[in-house]
Design a protein around this ligand. Structure first.
Ligand SMILES: Nc1ncnc2c1ncn2[C@@H]1O[C@H](COP(=O)(O)OP(=O)(O)O)[C@@H](O)[C@H]1O
Ligand SMILES: [Mg+2]
Length: 319
């Protein structure tokens, strides 16, 4: 199953302006820009997490570039662990292409967590923005616009996002639960809102995690927020050691993405789980774990590495 279907935050991400909740002012100002893309300035989206910034950036890209979105959009995260130099280099290369197809107004760079950039990195970014402005537009996304240097701010149209309010959050969760055929009592939805304070991403993730067993109750919500990560890690290790690579892989995605468990935490719990499992190949399994622990330390991509690790653990079974 592709991750987009596994994760409710992706499955239920709105694709149309009208489907985005709250953010009335943002939507009103965006609408005319989408109708005349040639005149669109650079955009700066600022606001709290889980309020729809990335969603709206994707809608802008989809509306303006349509099917060519994939070819003409570069999406980057400024806090990318590979470092700001890589990010800058990739933007520079991408933004410098001037070839465009008929009907494509510009190439689009979406830079998430732009406020994680140091001011010198931002100064370099500003230069790239200037040099490429004939063919390229930027959408910068951040939590606080005040962490963006003034010369960039003044080149962008700034859009301020608000936290999604309680009533809208619970209404949204209710709709999802209905589609997923899960009974969702008001009190439980209120509790999810309380626990996530207007961060719709967190709220949806919590809804999904708490509904995993098919039933959504205050108890299942509490179980997730109080979390039994250790058990989950144990289950994943067990599946892998039993040779069920695919099952283990899906559960890992669920654990890291839906529950938001850091990969290093997963390794720690996996270690305990292996030791206490009494599996025949405990020593081999621990060696594999140690190897991947080291790779993560060196900054390799966690999801790919952990998936590869599960594959190796599963392969032990055949030996
Ligand atoms: N205003 C909103 N309207 C509808 N769904 C939203 C809204 N904000 C967030 N979401 C939901 O939460 C998820 C995360 O939203 P996202 O746009 O990535 O937030 P962020 O502001 O952190 O970039 C989306 O996939 C979507 O399902
Ligand atoms: Mg985002």
């Amino acid at each position: 199953m592709p991750v987009e279907e596994l994760m409710w935050v992706e499955k239920y991400r709105p694709h149309k302006l009208e489907d985005v909740m709250n953010q009335t002012e943002v939507k009103e100002r965006l609408r005319p820009l989408l109708q005349k893309p040639q005149e669109m300035p650079h955009l700066l989206f600022a606001g709290p997490p889980g309020s729809g910034k990335t969603t709206l950036a994707l809608i802008v890209a989809e509306t303006i570039l349509g099917e060519l979105k994939g070819d003409y959009t570069l999406s980057l995260n400024a806090s990318d662990e590979r470092g700001i130099d890589t990010v800058r280099e990739r933007i520079k290369v991408f933004a410098s292409y001037s070839d465009r197809r008929e009907g494509v107004p510009f190439r689009l760079v979406m830079l998430d967590e732009a406020d994680e950039m140091t001011s010198s990195a931002q100064t370099a970014l500003r230069r790239i923005m200037e040099e490429s402005s004939r063919f390229t537009r930027f959408i910068l996304i951040c939590n606080y616009s005040s962490s963006i240097i003034e010369p960039i701010q003044s080149r962008c149209a700034i859009f301020r996002f608000q936290r999604v309010d309680a009533q809208q959050v619970t209404a949204y969760l209710k709709k999802i639960a209905k589609t997923e055929n899960i009974k969702a009592p008001e009190t439980v939805l209120d509790a999810i809102y309380e626990a996530t304070g207007g961060d719709l991403r967190q709220a949806i993730n919590l809804l999904q995690a708490a509904s995993m067993g098919g039933e959504l109750t205050l108890e299942t919500v509490n179980a997730v927020t109080g979390s039994t990560v250790k058990e989950k890690a144990g289950e994943i290790v067990k599946l892998a050691l039993d040779g069920d690579f695919n099952g283990a892989r899906l559960k890992l995605v669920e654990l890291t993405r839906v529950y938001g468990i850091p990969e290093t935490d997963f390794l720690r719990f996996a270690n305990e789980a292996i030791v206490s499992s009494g599996a025949k190949r405990t020593a081999d399994a621990i060696k594999i774990l140690a190897e991947y622990d080291y790779r993560l330390l060196l900054g390799a991509s966690p999801e790919i590495q952990l998936t590869a690790m599960l594959a190796e653990l599963a392969a032990l079974k055949e030996k």
